[in-house]
Design a protein around this ligand. Structure first.
Ligand code: SF4
Ligand code: SF4
Length: 370
């Protein structure tokens, strides 16, 4: 498939900067989008379920830049079809929010075994094929959080799929639940292009624990930790775009520098990254990416990703970063405590990182609920 951007960085619109009142900081979003486009980058990524993101994209990009200067990816959320939308209505809503009359890259969102046959039940595969024939969708694919066996099955059943979006980063490469390596190798086997999501694992690999940072310092003390993670993902030959969910202009500037004159990791740098990965994987931190998929369904109101953030802060940096005070503020604001977990299992069923949340909350409770 042609039509991939020349430069591999994609602007993920899932974590846009916000103001104190909770609204998007549109001034900063516009500045970030302008800098991205001015430096020759083109690929933006959003989704029906990224609240307010499709509208923010319209305001920052569609209404301010020529249509041919950018490409946009968005996603059809199968699990929201139960709420009375058909796929046609969901796509129409996405296009209306974004103010576009075609979509460059359209994905079925988050395929995994636990979503069952929802995309088949609602005729989504036939739907995206038809919309591609009509020219409304230029390229079709899916994002994936399941097992290698399921991925292979899907690619055999749907040879029309042009690309797959996978979670790939050096910490998850050989992870037995995420299976970055095996899923990537299946895409290569079937000749599919790969889009990378979570290359810095929701920010965890941008702020690595001090022991891992020491390893990176040996290679280049001036290179950010995020740069090693992004270059790792972008060095894989089938990878066409690496998404970075940027929240700050400083992150945008760092990423633009990394990808302006992209250099794949050398063999020495790969060895450095592998060593850092081993250090991170042997630490006690919880690999939560703060996607928040688990939050709304918790009957005890536990803001699980925040609890894990404070737990990780404590593990990595100790007391001086104030994890106990921040946790206290969270609980005093009305959130449930880690100790309130009733082990209903709702959260573990929806966690794309396959974290043993109940067990990890017990670890967190032991040090935070004191
Ligand atoms: S298992 Fe615990 S944390 Fe998870 S949803 Fe249930 S009560 Fe909340
Ligand atoms: S679903 Fe998993 S990765 Fe996402 S916020 Fe919850 S614990 Fe973290």
């Amino acid at each position: 498939m042609r039509d991939w951007p020349e430069k591999k960085l994609g602007f993920g619109l899932m974590r846009l900067p916000k103001l104190a009142d909770g609204n998007f900081d549109m001034e900063q979003v516009c500045q970030m989008a302008d800098a991205f486009l001015a430096n020759g980058f083109t690929y933006f990524d959003t989704a029906f379920v990224y609240e307010g993101s499709e509208e923010a994209f319209r305001k920052a990009v569609v209404e301010r830049h020529p249509r041919e200067s950018f490409t946009i990816a968005s996603k059809l959320a199968g699990w929201r079809l139960k709420e009375g939308f058909g796929p046609e209505e969901m796509l129409a809503e996405t296009m209306s929010r974004m103010g576009v009359d075609y979509i460059d890259y359209y994905l079925l969102h988050s395929l995994q075994e636990s979503h069952g046959t929802i995309y088949e039940d609602y005729g989504c595969w036939e739907f995206i094929n038809r919309k591609k024939e009509e020219g409304v969708l230029k390229h079709i694919g899916f994002s994936f959080h399941g097992s290698p066996e399921y991925l292979e099955q899907l690619l055999q059943l749907h040879p029309e799929v042009e690309f797959v979006q996978l979670q790939i980063n050096y910490a998850d490469w050989d992870n037995a639940s995420i299976c970055s390596r095996r899923n990537y190798e299946i895409c290569e086997k079937y000749g599919k292009s790969v889009i990378v999501m979570e290359p810095v694992k929701g920010g965890l690999l941008a702020n690595v624990i001090p022991e891992a940072r020491k390893v990176f310092d040996e290679a280049d003390p001036n290179a950010s930790s995020a740069s090693f993670a992004l270059r790792y993902a972008a060095s894989l030959p089938a990878v066409k775009v690496v998404l970075s969910g940027m929240s700050l202009m400083s992150q945008m500037e760092d990423n633009l520098n990394i990808f302006a004159d992209f250099k794949p990791l050398s063999d020495t740098e790969k060895e450095i990254v592998n060593r850092a990965a081993n250090v991170i994987l042997s630490s006690k931190t919880v690999p939560c990416t703060s996607c928040r998929y688990c939050v709304d369904g918790c009957p005890m109101g536990i803001v699980i990703p925040r609890v894990f953030t404070f737990y990780n802060m404590l593990q990595s940096f100790g007391e001086h970063v104030r994890p106990h005070s921040l946790y206290k503020e969270l609980v005093e604001g009305g959130a449930g405590r880690a100790a309130d977990c009733i082990q209903c299992g709702q959260c573990e069923g929806v966690c794309p990182q396959h974290i043993s949340i109940i067990e990890k909350l017990q670890d967190a409770s032991a040090v935070l609920d004191v």
